[in-house]
Design a protein around this ligand. Sequence first.
Ligand code: LCS
Length: 399
Amino acid sequence: MSTKKAGIHTTLVHAGHHPDHTGAVTVPIYQTSTFAFRSAQHGAELFAGGNDGYIYTRLGNPTIHALEECVAQLEGGFAGIATSSGMGAVSAVYMALLDQGAHMVSTASVYGPSRGLVEKHLSRFGVTASFVDTTDPENVRRAMQPNTRLLYVETPSNPAMQVTDLRAMAEIARAHGCVLVVDNTFASPYLQQPLQLGADVVLHSVTKFINGHADIVGGIIVTRTEEMYRRIRPLMVAIGSNMDPHQAYMVLRGVKTLGIRVERAQQVAIEVARWLEARPEVAWVRYIGLPSHPQHELAQRQMSGFGSMISFELHGGIEAGAAVMDHVQLATLAVSLGGIESLIEHPASMTHAGMSRESRLEAGITDGLVRYSVGIENAEDLIADLEQAFAAIPVAAPR
Ligand code: LCS
């Protein structure tokens, strides 16, 4: 059945699955590196691109293709390109779109390694970048240069939870003739579809919400047009950052419940966020579902829900944060996010430790910021867990 016009939950369950002759209800794992050609001519036709079919798994594979079709439909794009990791997607996009001497503008509070890839590696090839607070479109307009080829935005951003106006970004990108790429990992296609708001390319770390079970690492790119797909896909194939069939199978299994997982986790998250906001130990809470969030209204306009990522700062700074992280028992002290289990971490010493302190502070990542990825457990249990961990904050630290 075609799911092109179906509702999102139907798309999540069925998109990309075309039952084969066995009637298998799930997409089989085509765990093969290569595919037999029916004849020399058939092989030649496949290489010439004149025939549908598979050649070699780095170039394409039916299990991987099913996932690509599913996520492309969720995002409303032309086609998907599944990758070995989220960074595999980020690097394929950067390398496809940035020539020697090109400049990119990006969100200052973007995921640390997405920034590090340009500053520490692509800079060797003459690529330059400006990282600005993209919550104000004026900053983006000012950062544009004649050689700006890419506007790369992450919204909501990791871990500052800043929300960027994607319609405004699309307008700026169009005016400057550059490509708008959006990292949609934190929202997931269930809550936000950047291609519908004017982006050219969207990408995800599927390690997070799309897979949702903390058991694989992966990424995906979806392009709005065929032309953009033809620019990025060969680069991904050339650098070999392709997904593996087993990985794709796991993600296909996870994505079917994306909607119910996100709905549940955001119900829990608002309760945890409200509880945190009322606590004297907490200096501030950034959850986009709270009216106190500076971009709460923008999030309401461009997203269909608020998700389950919270960041907060404790009055006791880094010391208080460390005490809480050492004493939580239900939430796990670990990096990553977007799974059914709650995870807590300290970005300044963990995920964003590779950034200079100055860049971190510019990006709103203060020393005492704690990131909480709310899972689907019972809110009262997560709150009780935080409450007993807060009791471990040293008395010397202001509460
Ligand atoms: N984009 C965002 C927004 C991310 O949060 C991550 C990973 C990536 C891209 C890269 O994806 P990966 O290669 O890991 O699949 N974020 C992580 C984090 O916050 N903690 O651990 C990984």
